[in-house]
Ligand binder design. Structure first.
Ligand code: NAD
Length: 496
């Protein structure tokens, strides 16, 4: 079924919240999957199609046909389209952010910030269309020049999660497109509208048909078909470790390039010499910002004995200030500081994690896990303490606004605890000691280290990725280094 594209109005009229596949410049697919607003039980937030292997085939066929033409467009002209798409996202920022809140649950301020990030990412990579990417090297041969070039992979697949539903698609698509690749993206089922807004901005900015294609649907159908298609030269995935490692096997079997950004269990070490109030702000921002649903969120804190009591008191007060509620506000009231949990499944996972920790003897200093009587998915910020170092609340990813605080004897014990994890995405330390901060930066097993700053939140121009089970730890995302994944190197000898 062919239809018009998703309208950008903020209305929740069914027609206006309907996402479609974008295949070869056409908006297609019968919207059969309903997504309800996690903050307003029963309110429809989005409708989307459930794609099939045939839809994936059509999208890859379109992307493959469009790729040589797109790669032949001068890079600065490719960049102009990305910059224009970024400008359009800013023009539409509020409307897009409101759709994002309805389908994902975060606060309006966070959603606006995310749309701004997607816009900035498009403009950053757009500007790189003017940047040289090769080297000129001396040759041992006479009258010979050696240059290096970066070539696009071809057609790339992007599989993205719900927690940054427009920023992650943008930070994968922008480096792919500026490098001359064409794209097929499968957004998360829970958040089809946000990716649709990105696609619409790219289309309205003049991106040729077939260069950026979207297929909505189930991971094990659409995502799996994308991963298995031999025309896909590279796949960039963000999501859970289990799904990511399964995709890696598929891509490795045919030696296609794969980039995985997966789970985290990010720790912060708070030392006696830190300011307890500032440390509590840093930890709370990392743990409860974005409803704790960030791969970089703080979820375990190790604290030395001299600061423990003051820090816990300050953190409990901070937790109370992260009131959970409707990100869009209600009855004329402004939106809550902390939005709703994304889904009933995630809510139950958060509840179970806190409840079972308490059953094992942990103390819950702030939070409750009974749920909101309205059925809205509001989960109060939870602070747990008195846990064993190997408690599941300390070792397993929860992906909610839950933080576990444990005492450690000293810096070395804290560093060892931070590193004793299967994950290694971000790690933080709160201290006034430059020497210990420097030592921590060198020895923490994490792709990103933060000193006196929240573990969550990165600038768009810096490399991002993890080690261990958090990442493939080969190609980094974001910043100029993101271009490496989407290109391959060629060495050229020119004799005269
Ligand atoms: P998920 O793994 O369930 O889904 C991610 C994407 O993969 C979705 O689009 C989904 O439809 C698709 N998918 C699911 N099964 C698939 C399959 N068999 N084959 C192909 N694709 C499949 O993750 P989620 O619940 O959407 O997101 C939460 C997870 O993402 C958390 O573990 C979090 O840590 C992680 N995450 C990591 C980062 C990072 O940069 N490291 C960023 C955000 C989220």
């Amino acid at each position: 079924m062919t239809s018009t594209a998703t309208d950008l109005s903020t209305s929740t009229d069914r027609d206006l919240i309907t996402a479609r596949h974008l295949i070869n410049g056409e908006w297609l697919g019968e919207a059969v999957t309903e997504r309800t607003n996690p903050a307003r039980p029963g309110e429809l937030a989005a409708l989307s199609p459930s794609g099939s292997a045939a839809d994936v085939d059509a999208a890859i066929t379109a992307a493959a046909a469009a790729q040589p033409g797109w790669a032949a467009v001068p890079a600065p002209s490719r960049g102009t389209i990305l910059i224009e798409a970024g400008n359009l996202l800013i023009e539409r920022q509020t409307a897009i952010a409101e759709d994002l809140v309805r389908e994902e649950g975060k606060s309006l301020a966070e959603a606006k910030g995310e749309v701004k990030r997607a816009s900035d990412v498009l403009r950053f990579f757009g500007s790189l269309g003017w940047a040289a990417t090769g080297e000129v090297l001396p040759s041992g041969l006479p009258d010979t020049t050696i240059t290096t070039r970066r070539e696009p992979l071809g057609v790339v697949a992007l599989i993205t999660p719900w927690n940054f539903p427009i920023a992650i698609p943008a930070w994968k698509a922008a480096p792919a497109l500026i490098s001359g690749n064409t794209v097929v993206i499968k957004p998360a089922e829970l958040t089809p509208l946000s990716a649709t807004h990105l696609a619409r901005a790219l289309q309205d900015a003049g991106l040729p048909a077939g260069v950026f294609n979207v297929v909505h649907g189930k991971g094990r159908v659409v995502g799996d078909a994308l991963a298995r298609d031999p025309r896909i030269a590279g796949l960039s995935f963000t999501g859970s470790t289990t799904v990511g490692l399964g995709l890696q096997e598929i891509l490795n079997a045919r030696r296609a390039r794969v980039q995985l950004e997966m789970g985290g269990k990010n720790g912060v070490l708070v030392l006696d010499d830190a300011d307890p109030a500032k440390a509590a702000q840093v930890v709370a921002a990392g743990a409860f910002g974005l409803t704790g649903q960030a791969c970089t969120a703080t979820s375990r804190v190790y604290v030395t004995p001299g600061i423990k009591e003051e820090f816990l008191a300050a953190l409990t007060a901070e937790a109370a200030s992260y009131t959970a509620g409707d990100g869009l506000g209600r009855d004329g009231q402004p939106g809550a500081r902390m939005g709703a949990v994304v889904s009933t499944q995630q809510f139950e996972q958060d509840q179970a994690a806190v409840r079972s920790a308490v059953e094992r003897g942990a103390t819950l200093l702030h939070g409750a896990y009974d749920g909101d009587p309205s059925g809205a998915l509001f989960f109060p910020a939870a602070v747990l303490t008195d846990l064993a170092l190997d408690d599941p609340a300390v070792t397993e990813e929860i992906f909610g606004p839950v933080v576990a605080v444990l005492e450690v004897a000293d810096y070395e014990a804290g560093l060892a605890a931070i590193n004793n994890s299967r994950y290694g995405l971000t790690a933080g330390i709160c201290t006034d000691s430059l020497a210990l901060a420097t030592d921590f930066a060198a020895r923490a097993q994490a792709g990103v280290v933060k000193v006196n700053r929240p573990t969550a939140g990165l600038d768009l121009n810096v490399p991002f990725g993890g080690v261990k089970d958090s990442s493939t730890n080969t190609f980094r995302e974001q910043g100029r280094s993101a271009l490496d994944f989407y290109t391959w190197g060629k060495t050229v000898y020119t004799g005269v």
